[in-house]
Design a protein around this ligand. Structure first.
Ligand SMILES: [Zn+2]
Length: 151
Protein backbone atom coordinates (compact mmCIF):
# COMPACT_ATOMS: atom_id res chain seq x y z
CA UNK A 1 0.00 0.00 0.00
CA UNK A 2 1.07 3.50 -0.57
CA UNK A 3 2.50 5.97 1.84
CA UNK A 4 -0.11 8.38 3.00
CA UNK A 5 1.81 11.40 4.02
CA UNK A 6 -0.82 13.86 2.89
CA UNK A 7 -2.93 15.57 5.43
CA UNK A 8 -6.01 17.65 4.92
CA UNK A 9 -5.93 19.30 8.28
CA UNK A 10 -5.41 23.02 8.15
CA UNK A 11 -3.71 23.07 11.52
CA UNK A 12 -0.65 21.27 10.22
CA UNK A 13 0.94 24.26 8.53
CA UNK A 14 4.62 24.47 9.17
CA UNK A 15 5.01 20.99 10.55
CA UNK A 16 7.53 18.64 9.05
CA UNK A 17 5.89 15.77 7.19
CA UNK A 18 6.50 12.46 8.83
CA UNK A 19 7.93 9.43 7.09
CA UNK A 20 5.61 7.51 4.78
CA UNK A 21 3.62 4.89 6.57
CA UNK A 22 1.30 2.09 5.71
CA UNK A 23 -2.42 2.49 6.16
CA UNK A 24 -4.25 0.30 8.58
CA UNK A 25 -7.23 -1.73 7.38
CA UNK A 26 -9.58 0.69 9.12
CA UNK A 27 -7.96 3.59 7.34
CA UNK A 28 -8.30 1.80 4.02
CA UNK A 29 -11.96 1.10 4.66
CA UNK A 30 -12.53 4.69 5.68
CA UNK A 31 -10.88 5.84 2.47
CA UNK A 32 -13.09 3.56 0.39
CA UNK A 33 -16.20 4.79 2.20
CA UNK A 34 -15.11 8.36 1.70
CA UNK A 35 -14.49 7.73 -1.99
CA UNK A 36 -17.94 6.25 -2.47
CA UNK A 37 -19.60 9.20 -0.73
CA UNK A 38 -18.29 11.71 -3.22
CA UNK A 39 -19.09 12.63 -6.79
CA UNK A 40 -16.59 11.87 -9.50
CA UNK A 41 -14.69 14.94 -10.60
CA UNK A 42 -15.37 14.01 -14.20
CA UNK A 43 -19.09 14.36 -13.47
CA UNK A 44 -18.68 17.78 -11.83
CA UNK A 45 -16.78 19.55 -14.58
CA UNK A 46 -17.29 22.05 -16.00
CA UNK A 47 -18.12 23.74 -12.75
CA UNK A 48 -19.24 27.31 -12.15
CA UNK A 49 -17.19 28.64 -9.27
CA UNK A 50 -18.19 31.66 -7.17
CA UNK A 51 -17.49 34.85 -9.08
CA UNK A 52 -18.63 33.37 -12.37
CA UNK A 53 -15.46 31.52 -13.20
CA UNK A 54 -15.92 28.37 -15.16
CA UNK A 55 -13.62 25.61 -14.08
CA UNK A 56 -13.06 23.22 -16.94
CA UNK A 57 -10.18 21.23 -15.54
CA UNK A 58 -8.60 20.52 -12.21
CA UNK A 59 -5.28 18.79 -12.24
CA UNK A 60 -4.93 16.40 -9.35
CA UNK A 61 -1.39 15.11 -9.29
CA UNK A 62 -0.53 11.89 -7.52
CA UNK A 63 1.52 12.70 -4.44
CA UNK A 64 3.59 9.60 -4.97
CA UNK A 65 4.43 9.49 -8.67
CA UNK A 66 3.39 12.98 -9.78
CA UNK A 67 1.18 11.82 -12.62
CA UNK A 68 -2.18 13.42 -13.18
CA UNK A 69 -5.09 11.44 -11.79
CA UNK A 70 -7.99 11.15 -14.20
CA UNK A 71 -11.25 12.81 -13.17
CA UNK A 72 -12.88 9.40 -13.23
CA UNK A 73 -10.60 8.43 -10.34
CA UNK A 74 -11.15 11.50 -8.19
CA UNK A 75 -14.05 11.63 -5.74
CA UNK A 76 -15.23 15.07 -4.66
CA UNK A 77 -17.34 16.16 -1.74
CA UNK A 78 -18.52 19.64 -2.55
CA UNK A 79 -19.58 22.03 0.16
CA UNK A 80 -20.42 25.70 0.52
CA UNK A 81 -18.28 26.34 3.52
CA UNK A 82 -17.09 28.79 4.64
CA UNK A 83 -20.13 30.83 3.41
CA UNK A 84 -19.57 32.17 -0.09
CA UNK A 85 -16.78 29.73 -0.70
CA UNK A 86 -17.11 26.52 -2.63
CA UNK A 87 -14.90 23.81 -1.26
CA UNK A 88 -13.90 20.66 -3.08
CA UNK A 89 -12.66 17.97 -0.77
CA UNK A 90 -11.07 15.49 -3.17
CA UNK A 91 -9.60 12.07 -2.89
CA UNK A 92 -7.91 10.55 -5.88
CA UNK A 93 -6.63 7.08 -6.64
CA UNK A 94 -3.70 6.89 -8.99
CA UNK A 95 -4.29 4.07 -11.46
CA UNK A 96 -0.61 3.30 -12.19
CA UNK A 97 0.72 3.27 -8.63
CA UNK A 98 -2.48 2.77 -6.56
CA UNK A 99 -1.55 5.62 -4.24
CA UNK A 100 -4.27 7.69 -2.65
CA UNK A 101 -3.92 11.45 -2.75
CA UNK A 102 -6.02 14.04 -0.98
CA UNK A 103 -6.71 17.46 -2.35
CA UNK A 104 -8.60 20.39 -0.95
CA UNK A 105 -9.65 23.30 -3.13
CA UNK A 106 -11.45 26.43 -2.08
CA UNK A 107 -12.94 28.68 -4.73
CA UNK A 108 -13.68 32.20 -3.56
CA UNK A 109 -15.90 34.73 -5.28
CA UNK A 110 -13.01 37.15 -5.77
CA UNK A 111 -11.23 34.64 -7.97
CA UNK A 112 -8.90 33.36 -5.30
CA UNK A 113 -8.33 29.64 -5.22
CA UNK A 114 -6.77 28.12 -2.17
CA UNK A 115 -5.29 24.68 -2.35
CA UNK A 116 -3.94 22.59 0.42
CA UNK A 117 -0.73 20.98 -0.77
CA UNK A 118 0.61 18.62 1.81
CA UNK A 119 0.57 20.80 4.88
CA UNK A 120 0.67 24.15 3.14
CA UNK A 121 -2.02 26.36 1.70
CA UNK A 122 -1.19 27.63 -1.76
CA UNK A 123 -3.12 30.68 -2.88
CA UNK A 124 -3.72 31.51 -6.49
CA UNK A 125 -5.50 34.39 -8.10
CA UNK A 126 -7.63 33.22 -10.90
CA UNK A 127 -7.87 35.45 -13.91
CA UNK A 128 -11.29 35.64 -15.45
CA UNK A 129 -10.00 34.87 -18.89
CA UNK A 130 -8.13 31.84 -17.73
CA UNK A 131 -9.99 28.81 -18.82
CA UNK A 132 -7.79 26.23 -17.31
CA UNK A 133 -6.38 26.07 -13.88
CA UNK A 134 -2.72 25.19 -13.78
CA UNK A 135 -1.82 22.77 -11.12
CA UNK A 136 -0.74 23.78 -7.69
CA UNK A 137 2.96 23.14 -8.05
CA UNK A 138 3.11 25.47 -11.01
CA UNK A 139 3.74 22.64 -13.40
CA UNK A 140 1.81 22.86 -16.58
CA UNK A 141 0.16 19.65 -17.57
CA UNK A 142 -1.12 19.96 -21.08
CA UNK A 143 -3.29 17.38 -22.68
CA UNK A 144 -3.09 14.96 -19.80
CA UNK A 145 -6.79 14.48 -19.67
CA UNK A 146 -6.78 13.03 -23.14
CA UNK A 147 -3.91 10.61 -22.72
CA UNK A 148 -4.12 9.54 -19.09
CA UNK A 149 -7.73 8.54 -18.81
CA UNK A 150 -8.03 4.87 -18.01
CA UNK A 151 -10.78 2.86 -19.63
ZN1 LIG B 1 0.81 7.66 -8.72
Amino acid sequence: MQPDKECSETSQAGTTPGPPRRLSNEEKEALIRRFNEGVLLSNLLPFMAPGGITVTEIDCLCVTCGQAIAGTHVSVIQSEFPPGVTTFDCIGVCAPCRAVSKFLYRFRSNGVIETLVGHRWVIKQWKKEQRRWWDLAGRIIAGLRSNSRPS
